[in-house]
Structure formats: structure tokens, C-alpha cells
Design a binder for this molecule. Sequence first.
Ligand SMILES: [Zn+2]
Length: 333
Amino acid sequence: MANKDYYDILGVARSADQKEIHKAYRRRARDLHPDKHKGNTQAEEKFKELGEAYRILSDPQRRKQYDLFGSVGGDYAPPPGWGQPRDASGQDPFTGGWDEPSSTSGGFEDLFEALWGRFGRGARERSQSTQMHGERGSDIEVELPLMVEDLLEPKAKQIRISVTRRCENCEGLGRNDAQTCSACKGTGKVTHRRTFKIRIPAGLGDSDLIRLAGQGNPSPDGIGPSGDILVRLKVKPHPKYRIKGRDLEMDLEAPDYQAALGGKLEFDTPAGRIALQLPAGTISGKKLRVRGKGLPRKGGGRGDLLINVIVTIPKDLTAEQKELYQKLKNVGK
Ligand SMILES: [Zn+2]
């Protein structure tokens, strides 16, 4: 078996610091990721080798040992006693524990274990497929309050969302060499508020989801994809208009004489002011349908506006009105 130069495999200089090593590893891990090279055993082998190189060079003690030995022929096997505390303070620099590498397990699995370990999670819980593809970041779900009017035309709305990103200052390591990273206080992550402009496509309504792919929480291991932001639409009740699927329903008051005689009635709708021909003899509760004045549909076109007629009777009659109603009464007999 050929000698392995871990610096060569990672593509870094022998003087590279932890940050450079981590950066180089992440870049190469993405290129060599098994997702991109399905069924390519050579690429898989390279990916494993990369993990092995990172596992050694990212650990100061192991790196020192490796530097002393130079390139190690064949599978890497650590000298005895390597499981001891690794720095002067007696602290394992990775808080989550780290199994000793062995020549039989290969570097691949241990690598992921090391990465998960830093986030305080046990690698043993992870499935094989997660080990192969990295862990996906979690989704963030937020609500976007909307008015009925927001659904009438395709509209862009702004929403501010707190998002977490990998700390650029330390490449997500939480430290720069021995120092705790000041930008993220050692967490490896930074949170800030971002404004997203969301276009609400035609056909959506209350409780529907808009997915902002890849904008959610970052992968905890830095290899898997980020989660998504799920924006749930929350349409507020409107004082005038009720949503029935893609139709809108509204009440329309018509004075009794107009309901009896029929005629043109003008009124405001979400789609603007319209005039409606009221049939003679309209009674309270009559439903009228105005085509194409409802909410837009997914495939184009619109729902209808449903009018619920409420016939009103004047309360305080003038002397003249009183006389006319009296006349009406006498005629009706
Ligand atoms: Zn940081």
C-alpha cells in the first residue's frame, strides 16, 4: 500500500493551522461526497481517506505524533496510550468523546463521530445513511399574517426571521486554535435577523406553506444540507369578506323598496366597485353569484364572489315615508 500523506490528501501546507485544516476538509468533503459519486468506489475510498486525514490532523496530539512519524504506510494504527487526555489542561478538546481509531473500522465512521461529538450528540444513534450523507439541519417554521386583500393579486411580502448560520470567524469550530472564538462565544454558530421577501403565488390560502429551501438551520456536522424555512400563511378574518375555498362571500344590504322593485345596486368588493342588477322581488337571504371576482386559482382564473342579500327596512320613517308605507298597506289588501 502506498504511503499516505495526510497533508497532501487535505491539500494543506504542513504549517496549516486548525482553521485551514477544517476549511480544507469541508471543501474536499463536499467535492468527494458520496451523494455526488453514487456507485463510484474510488471516490468513496478517497472520501474515507480524507476523513482519516482530517481525524489525525485536526487533533493536535495525533498530529504531533503523525508529524514525528512522517507518512505512515498502510492503515494508520495509533501507538498505545493515545486515549489519554490530549492537552495540558487535561481537557479533551472535543467535548463529546472520541473513540480510538482502529485499523479495522477505517477512518470514515470515526470522522463523523468526531464531528458529532463536538455538538454533544452520540454517533451511535445515527443511521448508516446519515453517516454517509451528513446530517441535515432542522427546519424553522414561522407564521406570516395576511389579509384577504393579500391573496387577491400575487404579492411580495417581507418577513423578518432569526436564522442561525455557521460562524465564519472560526469556520464553525468554536475556537481559533486554542482560543475560544469571540464572534460566536465558542458555539460555532451565529444568529441574526434576516429579512426575506416572499412572493405569495396565486392559489394559496390560510395554513398553506411556502418553503424557503436551504434557508433553515445549518447542518450540525457541516456536511449535510441546511434545513428549510417553512412559512405558514395565516389569513386573518376579514370584517366583510369570508373565504370559502377560492370563493369570497359577503353580505349586501338592499333597502326593501329596491328589493321589491329590483334594479341596479352599486357596492364595493375586494376586486373594486361593481354594479349588480338586483332581480325584482329579492328576499333576504337570496344568494347571488358574481363570476370571477373571488380569489385567484392555482392554474389561472378566479373563484366567484357570493352575495348574501340582506333586505333592510328603514327604522325612523319620515312623514312622507310613513304616508307611502300606509298607501302600500292599503293597496296590498
Ligand atoms: Zn466562531
